[in-house]
Design a protein around this ligand. Structure first.
Ligand code: AMP
Length: 192
């Protein structure tokens, strides 16, 4: 299986690039942010809980997020592989993910980490907030808090995969096509 963690700060382009990678490599896409938003829309208990964190730009607690990811992963059934987008965001989540995958006799193949300067992230998110309908993209304070949370709690996840020689930093500045090309070549060279 080809299991990819698509990593990077908010606004790095994970969602956009995931869609392209899914069609190119025939993978299943699991985005914890998308799953939370679907739950918020359908007003489930999980959605109500997640909203209280998401609206402030904080992480939803590990226990809740890991449980949800596990059940979505199991629902997905057989697949060529997965793109994990927005997960793991903590070292606890990374460890749990390896556990689920190892139970199925597989593991993470590689982490692709999109690298984008902070001011560009803020500009991209403010622009996206004009039509994404996402409350967490519309308020600059929430955007800055999401980046702070990324730096303080999530960036360390890269060290976890680096220690396993699975980390690949990718320049996340350029056109969508250029960035997709960089990601695809990193995948192709890891598959050789
Ligand atoms: P995203 O769509 O990946 O930008 O996620 C939107 C928001 O959902 C984040 O700012 C967090 O509040 C929450 N979220 C998404 N994925 C996770 C995760 N793996 N762990 C904790 N919170 C998450």
């Amino acid at each position: 299986m080809l299991n990819i963690v698509l990593f990077g700060p908010p606004g790095a382009g994970k969602g956009t690039q995931s869609e392209l990678l899914v069609s190119q490599f025939g993978l299943n896409h699991l985005s914890t942010g998308d799953i939370f938003r679907a739950n918020i829309k359908s007003e489930t208990e999980l959605g109500k809980l997640a909203k209280s964190y998401i609206d402030k730009g904080e992480l939803v607690p590990d226990e809740v997020t890991i449980g949800m990811l596990k059940s979505e992963f199991e629902k997905a059934g057989d697949a060529k592989g997965f793109i994990f987008d927005g997960f793991p965001r903590t070292t606890e989540q990374a460890k749990a993910l390896s556990g689920f995958l190892q139970e199925k006799g597989t593991d993470i193949t590689l982490m692709l980490a999109l690298e984008v300067p902070e001011e560009e992230l803020v500009n991209r998110l403010l622009l996206r907030g004009k039509d994404s309908g996402r409350a967490d993209d519309a308020d600059e304070n929430v955007i800055r808090n999401r980046i702070k949370v990324y730096n303080e709690q999530t960036a360390v996840v890269a060290d976890f995969y680096n220690a396993l020689s699975k980390f690949n930093g990718i320049n996340g500045v350029g056109s969508i096509e250029q960035i997709f090309e960089r990601l695809s070549s990193a995948i192709n060279s890891s598959n050789k």
